[in-house]
Design a protein around this ligand. Structure first.
Ligand SMILES: Cc1cc2nc3c(=O)[nH]c(=O)nc-3n(C[C@H](O)[C@H](O)[C@H](O)COP(=O)(O)OP(=O)(O)OC[C@H]3O[C@@H](n4cnc5c(N)ncnc54)[C@H](O)[C@@H]3O)c2cc1C
Length: 407
């Protein structure tokens, strides 16, 4: 039969980076009854799962945060989110932000660096340009090719513990009156009164006047849009991550290490991002490396996405990533090597999709590998969209258009 879990004005489905932030903003902006529904991260290795049908891209302790970006929209969203980390930390009594700085490294003369500089100037972001020699003396543990230059953002950048960020947002949302239900939604139906009936995998149900879908990579796989047959135009990409253990003796030398993104400009297979030593749940410190987009393959259906999340042991990119670390950090004598998998969600515009897709249903998805750092402002925008049909934000609505697949 299932249990009636209550009636709400607005329900956010998906308690990940964006959904949790949206819940915080909504419960602050209005007096309405707000519900956030979504499961916790599994407390056991995902490889042991046989039944679970959804996972999240927030199962990690490190996500790079930076304003510097060649895309002005992403740069603005980050510039609005980063200063609020302090408020979220204080209100939740949780620490998730490490302002270690951000370093972009590229081939000299590429248009990438010009675009980043242009955005930085427009947004009055402080940055330093570093030639090869300056890169070497400032960050001696790195060895970038001599043709490379750096663009360094010393403040308002570094990394966030995204797991803690999500928990912090949920904690504040709950304090502000939001109801949190830790279940997976199986379907959303519209009843005779025009209300949504949200049914969970356990057969429990709740009613809601409006729905916000912040379900990341899993948005296409359940019956979440109440009036199909439209399919959102999103692409799901495999992401491989390698963590290399930092020995205690080396931690001091790497204390000042920034979060890094490296574009080769020549061979995109070796584009990568690197996070400084972060302490993980096993008590050990790891440097994390992941690849640029061109390294990834697409995932086509629900089963493939689930299997990618569960089979984290190895794949053909692990060797490439380890070799990249060996080349860029030749003196780094790492200990154990741990691999992980994740899935990123991409849209035709390379921006998040934000908008009403059916009457009363707002989509808030498509992080494009950029959204962890800016989830707070994206959640804010989702809240504003669900509360009013008038777009009164200073970035045009067209930047966040919702696209559907053509049949
Ligand atoms: C390996 C990797 C590295 C990244 N690095 C960075 C980085 O350095 N900096 C950065 O800014 N971004 C980074 N990103 C991107 C960032 O993590 C994502 O853009 C962000 O997590 C997207 O947030 P989201 O809320 O849309 O999705 P998620 O964080 O995945 O949250 C979606 C939530 O919805 C839930 N859900 C799904 N379906 C249902 C359902 N039917 N019922 C209930 N709940 C459901 C899931 O359980 C999950 O909790 C990275 C991503 C990956 C994969």
């Amino acid at each position: 039969m299932g249990t009636d879990l209550g009636s709400f004005d607005i329900t956010i489905i998906g308690a990940g980076c964006i959904g949790s932030a949206c819940a915080r903003h909504l419960s602050q902006l209005c007096e309405k009854k707000i519900c956030l529904i979504g499961p916790d991260e599994p407390d056991h290795p995902r490889s042991q799962d046989t039944e679970r049908s959804v996972y999240g891209a927030h199962y990690d302790a490190g996500r790079i945060t930076r304003i510097l970006d060649p895309d002005l929209v992403w740069a603005k969203l980050a510039q609005r989110s980063i200063p609020r980390y302090v408020e979220v930390e204080e209100k939740s009594n949780m620490q998730f932000y490490t302002p270690s700085g951000y370093l972009g490294v590229v081939e000299e003369g590429t248009s990438y660096i010009d675009k980043v500089k242009e955005c930085a100037k427009l947004l009055q972001v402080e940055f330093e340009l570093l030639d090869h020699q300056q890169l070497k003396s400032k960050f001696p543990y790195f060895s970038f090719p001599p043709s490379c230059v750096g663009i360094y953002q010393p403040s308002q950048g570094g990394y966030i513990n995204i797991r803690q960020h999500v928990i912090a947002q949920m904690t504040i949302a709950q304090k502000q009156g939001c109801t949190l239900i830790k279940e997976i939604v199986d379907r959303v139906d519209r009843d005779d009164r025009g209300q949504f009936k949200i049914v969970t995998e356990k057969g429990n149900y709740l009613y809601s006047g409006k729905v916000i879908l912040a379900t990341g990579a899993f948005t296409p796989f359940k019956k979440l849009l109440p009036d199909p047959p439209k399919q959102l135009d999103i692409e799901l990409m495999k992401e491989t991550v390698v963590k290399l253990q930092v020995k205690d003796k080396d931690l001091r030398d790497m204390k000042s290490m920034p979060a890094v993104i490296y574009f080769t400009g020549k061979d995109a297979r070796y584009d990568c991002y690197i996070l400084p030593p972060i302490r993980y749940d096993d008590g050990k410190f790891y440097i994390k490396i992941g690849h640029g987009l061109t390294g990834s393959d697409k995932l086509d259906d629900h089963q493939q996405v689930i299997e990618w999340y569960r089979n984290v042991e190895s794949d053909n990119l692990v060797e490439v990533l380890v070799k990249t670390i060996n080349r860029l950090m030749p003196t780094f004598e790492y200990g154990s090597v741990v691999t992980d998998h994740c899935v990123s969600t991409h849209t035709p515009s390379n921006h998040v999709m934000i908008g009403e897709v059916n009457e009363g249903v707002t989509v808030l998805t498509g992080g494009c590998s950029h959204a962890a750092k800016s989830a707070d402002e994206i959640g804010h925008l989702g809240a504003l969209t669900a509360l009013s049909n008038d777009w009164s934000y200073d970035i045009p609505k067209s930047e966040f258009s919702v696209y559907f697949k053509q049949n």
